[in-house]
Design a protein around this ligand. Sequence first.
Ligand code: ZN
Length: 246
Amino acid sequence: MKFAKTALALSGVLGIAHCLPAISSIPSVRRVLFPRLLGVGKSGHIALTFDDGPDQKSTPLILDILDEYNWKATFFLLGIMVKREPELAVEILARGHEIGVHGFEHKNHLYRTLPAVISDVRQAYDVIARTTGATPTWFRPPYGVLSSSSFLAAQMNGLTPILWTTWGRDWEDSSTPESILSQLSGGLSAQEHRNPLFASPTLLLHDSDCTSEISMSKATIGSLTLLSDWAKNNSIQIGALRDHFK
Ligand SMILES: [Zn+2]
């Protein structure tokens, strides 16, 4: 009986998890239903996250500008990139940032088998932990598609799944610093309180263009300068996920 109840509860969780990609495409719905999963944190704080690195072409530039603003961020690393750039992965940590697991390969978990997803997340966790000496706690699946398989794989590695509240769409070839900030703020003026940047969001940007066809770092870096001006004017703090929920 106890097993049946547990199985039922688990299937409910997995059912929700399997639907998440569809649900999470509706911003207002997803924020109300899954605030924590979508990275809505404490008032007056924005969590800054970067996916797909480390990448020698762009991560050092991002690290320099984060130092300049005295911001810490969370980097969701790809195992395949950590193998290519192990010293850069170590440097991210050494400069005070937090690291999370983004997977080994950047493949949509909806189209992979359960054993393949479990193996991918385990492999990513192992290479990141072994290379950096850190114990990652966060997991963000590729494309933000949290399938039942990715949910289970995260659980098996003691990782907490987290997606994002708002993104900069910095992978688009037409992206500019202004367009990225506009995307992050939901296209609304900074004075409007419906602006997602006032809602303690987790922001998604990229420190690598390894999964897109354009070179994105310039626009992304420019958007950080605009974000810094905006945050100062509105007395908003910017930091890593580890400081976002306290
Ligand atoms: Zn990614």
